[in-house]
Ligand binder design. Structure first.
Ligand code: FES
Length: 162
């Protein structure tokens, strides 16, 4: 049995267990979705049908809630979310180059996740620390005054992966 099959089966068992906890509690749709995301890192599309059934909702209602809340994700995300600022202050101080280098080191584009699910790359309009531009955030940590050397220090060993 290959690893991806085991992972899929584990995910489906976890979904079943979580859904069972919330059965018939229509009000609990959002906490249920949050719990699945907490456990799996995202809400797999195959979870929608069992959730709808357990809470006596239409699948379209479940899908509608997932679409409405931007913090709910339907595709797998990395353990670490990397956010590179594309705001004006960062842009004029080389933010575009920083983004290009991060993409190269991670081997992914904006909105993508590395195949090992370590990193998801996003851009943001402004991190709120413009004076330190160009900026990026990895997980909960902000890195200011970014330059190519710092990018290499943070992601250097990943070069060529992805
Ligand atoms: S524009 Fe980048 S932190 Fe504000």
């Amino acid at each position: 049995m290959d690893k991806s099959r085991v992972t899929l089966e584990t995910a489906s068992t976890r979904i079943e267990n979580i859904v069972a906890e919330y059965r018939d509690q229509k009000w609990a749709l959002i906490p249920l979705l949050q719990k699945i995301q907490e456990e799996l890192g995202y809400i797999p599309p195959e979870a929608i049908q069992p959730i709808a059934k357990a809470l006596d909702l239409f699948p379209s209602q479940v899908q509608g809630v997932i679409t409405f809340y931007t913090q709910l994700y339907t595709t797998p995300r990395g353990k670490m979310v990397v956010r590179v600022c594309r705001g004006t202050a960062c842009h004029v101080r080389g933010g575009k180059t920083i983004l290009k280098l991060v993409k190269r080191h991670l081997g992914i584009d904006e909105g993508q996740t590395t195949p090992d699910f370590e990193y998801t790359l996003e851009t943001v309009a402004c991190i709120g620390v413009c004076a330190l531009a160009p900026n990026m955030v990895i997980g909960g940590t902000t890195y200011g005054r970014m330059n190519p050397k710092k990018v290499a220090q943070l992601f250097g060993e990943r070069k060529g992966e992805g």
